[in-house]
Write a protein that binds this ligand. Sequence first.
Ligand code: DAT
Ligand code: MG
Length: 137
Amino acid sequence: MERTFAIIKPDAFAAGHAGKILARIYAEGFKVVGLKKLYMSKVEAEGFYYVHKERPFFGELTDFMSSGPCVVMVLEAAGAIKKWRDLMGATNPADAAAGTMRKEFGTSIGENATHGSDALETAAFEIPYFFSGLELL
Ligand code: DAT
Ligand code: MG
């Protein structure tokens, strides 16, 4: 079984969409092996997104991710990484397919409702960034 790291971002959490997103996650057959609400600091957001540190949107992205509480999760399924990326949809909600999380709940390329690891190596960094082994059951 593969594991991926997912976030219900501050925009979707503040808008009250966390329950609907979690319901879809269960309906699609993921096992939720880790889940917690947290309020990321600016520094924690910068560390999480360090691969994007040279990008022009880095400041905006890390301000947004530290602007309010979010829900971080570890999801398990066969092919979990691609399966969750597919359910999220394209980065820009305007380009995301109907029925995807970003189409339904995202409002702009920056405020796009959810995050998901994009590769095994990314998941291997992102999962332990927020969860200890004891929290993954
Ligand atoms: P994804 O989240 O689909 O993996 P990414 O890794 O390229 O996308 O970028 C990380 C996040 O940064 C993305 O979810 C939203 C934000 N972002 C990406 N491109 C952006 C842009 N052109 N302007 C503003 N924010 C952007
Ligand atoms: Mg990415």
